[in-house]
Write a protein that binds this ligand. Structure first.
Ligand code: UD1
Ligand code: CA
Length: 464
């Protein structure tokens, strides 16, 4: 049987009280609607249609061509939203999943179970339900005496008895596609909110004598619909646990899962150890046998195997095998460290390649630079890459030695095996294997320290 999906993402999300459209709010770093669309893709739907409205452009530009789109110009309710997909999907035969863009925790396994139950029972609709003691804000599942589902009643439309029901609608459904669009024609907005409720399709199909089923998930987390920031933080908590658990089962050691934050799209190799305070974001890739943290923030970076990163911040950086970063290093966009490189304490690297085996051990700024292999950059040495208007490049070739506290005023090049003496301010390129010294020569004045001291004491006594 063919499978289709409709994801509802047109609402504004007033209860979020936000400038950001609701379905774009991130959960573990990834917009909610992104989670939902990825999940739907994993059950192999022929077509996935996202209903957009509020923030349509922003949602489309985030999801790109991972889905088809229909525009719901006015947000007249979830039933009205699904109906907008009629031109695209109305003619199809098969099963159609409807999922709300604000339920980021629903899993592919559950969707698969829902589809299987639905298809094997020849149902017109199968609703994914869950139970909780206080299903505040959710539609209640009303069953008849025989236990069969009769209808869904929104909390605002509930009688006191209905309000007491603990089984609720998660907002995920599987419909017979043709029967879905036929039922939607009969939905009205005669309710407290004056909206066209998708949930009314359930009673419409039941009354037409169709098979209406519910599939209950035991995992309350899966059912969370994020309507406000409280639910957003709950969703974040459950998602974080789920992500951490998956990495641990995959062979990653997480010393303290409660203080470790891993984005939904991060990958980590086995035998890597994450210390407390590790935050891994975006499309970060971490290899095997790394030691990350404590207290490190790594975003959209690629880290090879055997790397150590301590107390450091990395953004759009690449780190080669066995490199060591930190403590207290800052790798900014375009920082590319080769294998066995050391970038030590209080070193900042931006838009610079540092090739295999080179060391920048302490207190340096390396920006807009190309550093060769086995280069040693001494404590406090910096590239002077900016004149207030233009950025210029510093090149340091293989095996060069840059002494402590050297200023390399770009554009400038230090040749292979060259030696730059500590404290030099280098403004001209240094040929291969030359020694460059660019500082005033030292002069010692014998006994003059005593002279200076007695002058200072005399001055002080004169004042008092
Ligand atoms: C809905 C269900 C409720 C269920 C809950 C689960 C209805 C009437 N109610 O309520 O039974 O328990 O989800 O989380 O369906 N949307 C549109 N266009 C609209 C209105 C909504 O695209 O005109 C989208 C929203 O962006 C959102 C989703 O549909 O992603 C659900 O809408 P929302 O207003 O959050 O519905 P709930 O009140 O949570
Ligand atoms: Ca909702």
């Amino acid at each position: 049987m063919k499978r289709f999906a409709i994801v509802l993402a047109a609402g504004q999300g007033k209860r979020m009280k936000s400038k950001l459209y609701k379905v774009l709010h991130p959960v573990c770093g990834k917009p909610m609607v992104g989670h939902v669309v990825n999940t739907v893709q994993q059950v192999h739907c022929e077509r996935s249609v996202v209903v957009v409205g509020h923030g349509a452009e922003a949602v489309r530009s985030y999801l790109q061509d991972t889905a088809e789109y229909v525009l719901q110009e006015q947000q007249l309710g979830t039933g009205h939203a699904v109906k907008q997909a009629k031109d695209l999907l109305g003619g199809e035969e098969g099963s159609t999943l409807v999922v709300c863009g604000d339920t980021p925790l629903v899993t592919p396994e559950t969707l698969e179970n829902l589809l299987n139950l639905h298809e094997s029972s020849n149902a017109a609709v199968t609703v994914l339900t869950a139970r909780t003691d206080n299903p505040k804000g959710y539609g209640r599942i009303i069953r008849g005496e025989d236990g069969n589902v009769l209808r869904i009643v929104e909390q605002k439309d509930c009688s006191p008895e209905e309000d007491a029901v603990t089984e609720f609608n998660t907002g995920t459904y599987c419909f017979d596609n043709k029967k879905l669009f036929a039922a939607l024609e009969k939905v009205t907005n005669q309710n407290v909110q004056q909206e066209y409720y998708l949930t009314d399709c359930v009673s419409i199909l039941k009354e037409a004598g169709e098979t209406v089923l519910a599939y209950q998930t035991d995992d309350y987390a899966e059912s969370i619909g994020v309507n406000d920031r409280l639910a957003l933080s709950q969703a974040e908590g459950y998602m974080r646990e789920r992500i951490n658990r998956a990495h641990m089962l995959n062979g990653v050691t997480i010393i303290d899962p409660a203080s470790t934050y891993i984005g939904a799209d991060v990958t980590i190799g086995s035998d890597t150890v994450l210390y407390p305070g590790t935050v891994l974001k975006g499309n970060t890739v971490i290899g095997e046998d790394c030691v990350i943290g404590p207290d490190s923030d790594i975003e959209d970076s690629v880290i090879a195997q055997g790397v150590s990163v301590k107390h450091s911040v990395l953004s759009h950086a690449e780190v080669g095998a066995r490199a060591s970063v930190g403590p207290f290093a800052y790798l900014r966009p375009g920082a590319k460290l080769g294998e066995d490189v050391k970038v030590g304490d209080f070193v900042e690297v931006k838009n610079a390649v540092i090739d295999n085996g080179s060391k920048v051990s302490h207190l340096s700024y390396i920006g807009d630079a190309k550093v060769g292999k086995n280069v040693n950059i001494g404590c406090g040495a910096i590239t002077v890459n900016y004149d207030g208007y233009n950025k210029s490049v510093t090149e340091i070739e293989d095996d060069a030695f840059i002494g402590s506290n050297v200023n390399l005023v770009a554009p400038v090049k230090v040749g292979k095996g060259a030696f730059v003496v500590a404290g030099s301010t280098i403004t001209q390129s240094v040929p291969d294997n030359d020694l460059a010294i660019a500082r005033t020569r030292q002069e010692n004045k014998p006994g003059y320290a005593e002279e200076i001291r007695s002058r200072a004491i005399a001055k002080k006594n004169n004042k008092s």
